[in-house]
Design a protein around this ligand. Sequence first.
Ligand SMILES: [Zn+2]
Ligand SMILES: [Zn+2]
Ligand SMILES: [Zn+2]
Length: 137
Amino acid sequence: MIVASEILKKHQLRNTEIRRQVLSIFIELGDTALSSQEIEEKFDKIDRVTLYRVLKNFEEKGIIHVAIDGSNKTRYAMCSDNCTTHHHHDQHAHFHCQKCDTTTCMDMINVPAVRIPKDYVLEDAQLVLTGICKNCI
Ligand SMILES: [Zn+2]
Ligand SMILES: [Zn+2]
Ligand SMILES: [Zn+2]
């Protein structure tokens, strides 16, 4: 069982209540990605700016990653264990459900290797899948 405070310690982050609460939401959701607004809705009251900072900080530290899903929302999801500060290794597909607007990390599907023209430098590639999720079928 992963505990939020252990992750904070591992990434040398001070154990504050807000960090612990936000991280616990991500741990609980596992593969599901959430926008800051969706996280906000899980709290009775949370300062938007503080939440935004927590998310940015977690992303920088390699705790959560941006799950590009083709929607206009920025969503975040838990990273794999081997992500570190400024080094993300979340090269998996993201599935966006057109019915319930949920985004899921698909760890089992890797972004395929592509060959690009030799005068280009590839720095990032995303694989976005859209369709109907298992809860909506
Ligand atoms: Zn990551
Ligand atoms: Zn769905
Ligand atoms: Zn992901």
